[in-house]
Ligand binder design. Structure first.
Ligand SMILES: Nc1nc2c(c(=O)[nH]1)N[C@H]1C(S)=C(S)[C@@H](COP(=O)(O)OP(=O)(O)OC[C@H]3O[C@@H](n4cnc5c(=O)[nH]c(N)nc54)[C@H](O)[C@@H]3O)O[C@H]1N2
Ligand SMILES: Nc1nc2c(c(=O)[nH]1)N[C@H]1C(S)=C(S)[C@@H](COP(=O)(O)OP(=O)(O)OC[C@H]3O[C@@H](n4cnc5c(=O)[nH]c(N)nc54)[C@H](O)[C@@H]3O)O[C@H]1N2
Ligand SMILES: [Mo]
Length: 762
């Protein structure tokens, strides 16, 4: 078979599928740094865990809808598409008539696959809107805390999260990169929607080649690319804010701060300075104070502050730092620190967020809107901050704070998920299992038997992108890629669109949902209506037929010379920020007025529960970093070759320091049990001095394989706390958790998630 063009969240490629379903993959010819994750595609198209036919949980089939602790523990019964969709349509009608549309939760968070038309979440939202609406979810697990706090500080989140300074301005102008969370190369191959030319790995290499000084502030040595020789500050996790405050304190007390910049461009510095100096609480946030919290030497902190003031300094904070309790603080303190240096808006200076978190942060591709499917309008206003899913399901009617408002959790009867894996992404999975027993009905569309599919009542098999036609491009992508079909749909799998169209037909809303179009007709329609205004502007875009035949269209490119807040610096009146003061709010009166003890009006050190300096560490003395996996995207294609090659003793690899291993009699390569009072998991030990003692690292995404409260495979979310970042943002805090580890000894039970669950055929 010939190579067909396609794209994925980790890069564009072409693929040929042989008769056995093995996929041969060639990276896009213009990609300077193709992602290693492409290697997960070869043998997962026909993986044994593909869902072959619609399946219904036996208990639901026999007893009908209702809360059921058996959900997630029972066998499935394979049924035909007509039976599945007829039953489901009946249930949709029942829930709407008895409880109203807001009893349907359709947040459906998740990355699904690249491709603009078959984007699972957009399809589901469009369908649910046509049906009268649903309770939705706001923000992301990625940067849901920043999205809420940034508008209070700089008037919005888009500039910082999407239009940050470009890498070329950094490698050319920055003397000193102070990288909180580092700039991990493993993450930059990924951009939602796709990426054709991976520029960012090249920029990271240039940091080393050009000799930019890098201060790596991270518990993990691997958080900078191998070519960079950083000065490593192995900080105690969750204490970055204390370090930032001490750096700021040194600047303030040594007169190294830029008073003029603070007066002209910032609001509320004086209150912040009072806090730094300890005027009201008697605690100066000086280097000695921070040394006790961060376990970095005070002299190093003072020296770093002086160096920062003397150089063109870029302060970056990875998104991981806000995925913890009080995650607002390192973001806010990072901005305050950069503001005191007075270099915000200057090339190579200032602040950045998400460098080394995502491929498009600092990328030079165009910021170009590509065709997309309209989701319609949701008549239901009810929503939750996305990471509050378990709280909502467990506590209907309960009140909670969110960004200055008090909200009430709705009573959810039907959960519909397409394109996400909450039993990967959510915290405290044993609690989530309980939460998932509460609704009347859970519907999941999945190509694979993920843990989420296993916790559903209706499992509807969907196609993967190689089995359908689409087009795709990511943020700052250089190409729109025509995604040609490369294989027939597996077994009875259908496109999410076709599944929902079938349901829509049974609910009398087919015309509204499909507008009478086939997928190909939709692609043509979306493309042509995108092309027309561009052509009117004189941009030469080929017709759909020509685009499809060529397999791609190179998007008009943009200037690589981008510095965050350069306009604001040039003219702070004309380009005033949309904050109440029009300036950068180092102190926010609005946030202060909310009166939250866990997010006061200016950056502050607030002790979390999951940290090595707190009481809980006496019981669970190791800080586990649950970061993004370098061998896959989240939980996707965990059965793929690259992901499997990273496993140790058949489990996810956990990295720990030789001292910690020795104390516990753990040797490299053996199975360990990682535990706390929420649950436990097995993992394969990798002993390495590349992390700080007391810190262990177990990435997310090993497919959850529960036996009681134990996960056999090594999913860290069986351990994490389901706590919000704060009452302000209610964001995800999955990055950190305190644990203890012991040798497993004996022969551990085999991992079972590589096979489908128990299914009976009728
Ligand atoms: N402890 C801890 N937890 C975390 C994080 C952390 O740092 N620590 N990080 C969080 C972050 S940043 C994120 S973004 C989340 C990610 O969480 P998710 O986005 O939920 O994770 P994915 O594994 O990408 O799940 C996507 C699912 O969609 C399915 N899929 C793919 N294509 C299609 C399709 O066409 N149709 C349908 N119906 N399904 C499809 C895939 O098989 C997969 O199961 O995890 C979060 N969880
Ligand atoms: N290969 C791959 N790339 C990905 C993804 C993936 O699943 N796989 N997921 C993508 C997604 S959805 C997102 S949102 C981004 C996430 O981007 P991030 O959230 O930034 O990524 P992480 O790898 O979770 O964390 C980055 C680093 O922060 C460091 N860190 C953790 N805690 C602390 C701390 O307390 N202090 C300091 N100083 N450092 C700390 C860790 O050592 C970690 O390696 O990644 C994207 N890129
Ligand atoms: Mo994310």
């Amino acid at each position: 078979m010939s190579l067909r063009p396609s794209t994925s969240h980790w890069g564009a490629f072409s693929a040929a599928v042989d008769a056995d379903g093995r996929v041969r993959v060639a990276p896009h010819p213009e990609d300077p740094s193709p992602s290693p994750l492409l290697g997960n595609l070869a043998d997962t198209l026909r993986h044994p865990t593909r869902v072959a036919a619609p399946a219904i949980r036996r208990g639901w089939l026999e007893r009908g809808p209702g809360p059921d602790p058996a959900r997630g523990h029972e066998e499935f019964v394979e049924v035909g598409w007509d039976e599945a969709l007829d039953l489901l349509a009946g249930e949709f009608r029942r829930v709407r008539d008895e409880h109203g549309n807001q009893a349907i939760f359709g947040g459906s968070y998740g990355w699904a696959s690249a491709g603009r038309f078959h984007h699972a979440q957009s399809q589901l939202h469009r369908f649910l809107n046509a049906f009268g609406g649903f309770t939705s979810a706001r923000n992301t697990y990625s940067n849901g805390t920043s999205t809420v706090v940034l508008p209070h500080i700089v008037g919005g989140s888009t500039e910082v999260l999407r239009n940050g300074s470009s890498w070329p301005t950094i490698v050319e102008n920055t003397d000193l990169l102070v990288a909180f969370g580092g700039v991990p190369e493993k993450n930059v191959f990924v951009t939602p929607g796709g990426v054709t030319r991976h520029h960012t790995p090249g920029f990271l290499a240039q940091l080393g080649e050009r000799g930019v000084e890098v201060a790596l502030i991270s518990p993990l040595r691997a958080d900078v690319p191998a070519t960079v020789k950083p000065r490593w500050y192995p900080i105690r996790p969750a204490t970055d804010t204390a370090l930032m405050l001490a750096l700021a304190h040194t600047l303030a007390t040594e007169g190294l701060h830029d008073r003029e910049f603070l007066d002209r461009y910032c609001a509320g510095y004086d209150e912040f300075e009072r806090y730094l100096l300890g005027v009201d609480d008697g605690v100066p946030k000086d280097a000695e104070w921070a040394a006790a919290i961060t376990e970095l030497p005070a002299a190093d902190i003072v020296a770093l502050a002086r160096r920062m003031a003397a150089a063109r300094t870029f302060v970056t904070v990875t998104w991981s730092l806000q995925r913890i309790e009080h995650g607002e603080q390192p973001v806010w303190a990072g901005i305050a620190l950069a503001a005191m240096l007075g270099q915000i808006g200057l090339p190579g200076g200032g602040f950045g967020h998400g460098y080394g978190s995502m491929g498009d942060s600092g990328d030079i591709g165009p910021d170009f809107r590509v065709p997309y499917l309209s989701q319609g309008v949701n008549p239901v206003e009810e929503f939750i901050p996305v990471a509050r899913i378990a709280d909502m399901l467990l506590n209907p009617g309960t009140r909670y704070d969110y960004n200055g408002t008090v909200r009430t959790y709705p009573d959810i009867r039907l959960v519909h998920w397409a394109g996400g894996n909450p039993f990967h992404h959510h915290q405290d999975l044993n609690r989530l299992r309980e939460a998932f027993s509460r609704p009347d009905t859970v519907v999941v569309h999945e190509p694979y038997w993920t843990a989420t599919a296993r916790h559903a009542d209706f499992v509807l098999p969907s196609t993967v992108s190689l089995e359908r036609e689409d087009f795709g491009a990511g943020r700052r992508d250089t190409h729109l890629i025509a995604m040609h079909q490369a294989a027939e749909p597996f077994a009875q799998a259908r496109d999410d669109y076709a599944i929902l169209a079938g349901l829509a037909a049974r609910l009398g809303i087919e015309e509204r949902f499909t507008e009478g179009r086939s997928p190909r007709a939709w692609l043509e329609q979306l493309y042509e209506s995108w092309r027309k205004p561009l052509r009117d502007k004189g941009i030469d875009v080929p017709s759909f037929v020509d685009f499809w035949a060529a397999g791609e269209f190179r998007l008009p490119s943009e200037n690589a010379d981008r510095t965050l807040f350069a306009d604001f610096r040039r003219d702070p009146l004309k380009h005033r920020l949309p904050t109440p003061s029009g300036k950068i709010e180092i102190t926010s009166r609005r946030v202060h007025a909310f009166g939250y003890d866990d997010c006061p009006g200016h950056p502050a050190w607030l002790e979390p529960t999951e940290w090595l300096g707190g009481a809980r560490a006496a019981r669970f003395p190791l800080q586990l970093i649950a970061n993004q996996p370098h061998t896959r995207l989240h939980s996707q294609l965990d059965g793929g070759a690259v992901s499997q090659a990273g496993k140790v003793a058949g489990r996810e690899a956990i990295r720990l320091h030789p001292d910690d291993a020795r104390q516990r009699g753990i040797t490299d390569g053996e199975v360990v049990r990682v535990f706390n009072d929420r649950g436990s998991c097995l993992a394969g030990a990798v002993v390495t001095a590349d992390l700080r003692p007391g810190v262990v690292q177990l990435p997310t995404g090993a497919w959850f394989d529960p036996v009681g409260s134990l996960c056999l495979h090594g999913n860290p979310n069986v351990l994490t706390a389901d706590l919000p970042s704060s009452r302000l943002s209610q964001g995800c805090t999955g990055q950190h958790v305190l644990v203890e580890i012991e040798r497993y000894g004996g022969t551990p039970p085999a991992v079972t998630v590589g096979r489908p669950p128990r299914i009976v055929r009728r």
